[in-house]
Design a protein around this ligand. Structure first.
Ligand code: NAD
Length: 297
């Protein structure tokens, strides 16, 4: 029997219903509309899809959305100043710095300038660190989207399962490995060096849960998939004008029990998780305000 398709769009729609209700409640309680700001330096076609999706999702949920555009030639100091202004603006609840940034900016250093309480992509080292302790209130969107997908599978018990994550980026592979570990999943992380040694098939074959986030079309061959495995394909690649993932979809579908399509799998959930983080950030800021007011009395 071919694997069941996991419908990320439908799952995202259900989650968004809950977020929408929560946003309505927060608006009437605080007489304020949550606001998300995306900072974009220069124009990058690869960011456009994500920006469009952010705007659409924000609008659907009654969240204010604004893109703060900086010129391509803006310096690192200009960017830091723009972030700082948003950090101090009480009307702004969430800040995203859109990647990729122009090469003259040190992209790795940028997350630490975002106020942790407004860091809705959970890229600040403080928010990343909280994941280690299982205390994080906001979580990296794509990593938590993968967990959400696993949790949507009826009857699946994660405890003791064997997972393989292919890709060890700061935004997906590494935080995802920690989230899996926090749920007592036995987790192996593979990366470029695993691939270069030719060891990838051996690891993938053992995976009861396989999550691939690399960005290379067809990297994971269908015949490597363990019979009955759950396959989450995070990769987005454009091949002959079509979007495809990192896993050979048709062949993998013959062996897996569940599989996410590309597009329509992880992508829609990632944006839903961003909006959920924004709501969380709004609540954190409001409770900090209350604490501040009390200590001022
Ligand atoms: P990245 O580009 O930062 O890192 C790629 C990772 O793949 C690295 O860990 C690298 O070591 C590993 N890798 C490269 N070649 C390999 C090989 N031959 N064998 C094994 N590992 C190899 O990755 P990223 O930013 O996490 O993005 C990965 C993919 O996921 C991209 O296609 C990106 O577009 C996609 N993505 C999708 C979403 C979504 O919402 N669906 C979100 C984020 C990223």
């Amino acid at each position: 029997m071919p694997a069941k398709l996991i419908d990320g769009k439908a799952l995202a729609a259900t989650i968004k219903e809950d977020i929408k209700k929560e946003v309505e409640g927060l608006k009437s309680k605080h007489k304020m509309t949550p606001k998300l700001v995306s900072v974009q330096v220069g124009e990058n076609p690869s960011s456009e899809v994500y920006l469009k999706s952010q705007r659409k999702n924000a609008e659907d949920l009654g969240i204010d959305y604004h893109i703060e555009k900086l010129a391509e030639e803006a310096s690192q100091d200009d960017l830091v100043r723009a972030i700082d202004k948003l950090n101090k603006d009480k009307g702004v609840n969430g800040i995203i710095v859109q990647m990729p940034l122009p090469s003259h900016i040190d992209a790795k250093s940028v997350p630490r300038y975002i106020l942790p309480a407004k860091d809705v992509e959970a890229v600040h080292p403080q928010n990343m660190g909280e994941i280690v302790f299982g205390n994080a209130k906001v979580l990296p969107c794509t990593a938590v989207a993968c967990m959400e997908i696993l949790d949507s599978i009826e009857g699946l018990k994660l405890y003791g399962k064997e997972a393989v994550v292919v890709g060890h980026s700061e935004i997906v592979g590494k935080p995802l490995a920690l989230l899996l570990l926090n749920r007592f999943v036995t987790t192996t992380v593979c990366h470029i060096a695993t691939g270069e040694r030719g060891d990838l098939p051996e690891f993938v074959k053992k995976a009861e849960i396989l999550i691939v986030a690399v960005g290379k079309a067809g990297l994971v061959k269908g015949e490597w998939i363990k019979q009955g495995a759950i396959v989450i394909d995070v990769g987005i690649n454009r091949v002959e004008g079509k979007l495809v993932g990192d896993v050979e979809f048709e062949k993998a579908q013959e062996r897996a029990s569940y599989i996410t399509p590309v597009p329509g799998g992880v992508g829609p959930l990632t944006v839903a998780m961003l909006m959920r983080n924004l709501v969380e950030a709004f609540k954190i800021q409001k409770s900090e305000d209350r604490r501040q007011k009390k200590s001022d009395l």
